[in-house]
Design a protein around this ligand. Sequence first.
Ligand code: SF4
Length: 210
Amino acid sequence: MSSNRGILDLVEVMYSFAKAERSRYRRERGVIWVTDLVRCPLKRVYEDRYPDIALQELFKPSLIIGTLVHRGLENLLKEVVKDYSIEVEVEGAKDVVLDDGSVVSIRGRIDVLLTRNFEKAAVEVKTSRSDRNIPQKHHVDQVRAYNWLLNLSGSILLYITPTRVTQFYVEDRMDDAEVVSRVTSKKAPRYSWECSYCVFSVLCPYKTEV
Ligand code: SF4
């Protein structure tokens, strides 16, 4: 039987890339990522407690496809959009004070930043197997957080699905009070559908069925 590896093991290349990407989101004390504001708060706790279970997410084909679409779109925009300055993977950080007086730094990284004169907008790309119920609430919340974090005019939520490619423009934004309430919220899950897709559902006592 001939080898299926050929001259270059591209699966290994993508695996190494996925590992490197994951390490960019390594936890730091006092830092909360925007993605933590729009998912079940218990996942963050479980990721520290059960890191091996969390690793199941490392090489999910749907996530690999998402990464490739992101990279492709970022390059395409840089090539064809001339009216705006384009920056990719732009990070923002802002401190908020919690009710007990402690300070946490909220960080977020947007896919693309479009800038023209005083206008600044994000592009957030979402790939999905279905176009049902788009724009999804947690995606809208995510870009509302980015609008607050980076003081944007708005964010384009771009959906790439097998049956629809479309966009929604979100101008609404979170404020400090909403961000603080999301940081301190113990509501688990945060969105009703989350447990169905959660790797920690195999051990979590708060798992709910929808
Ligand atoms: S199973 Fe549900 S409640 Fe438990 S961590 Fe996952 S999303 Fe949160």
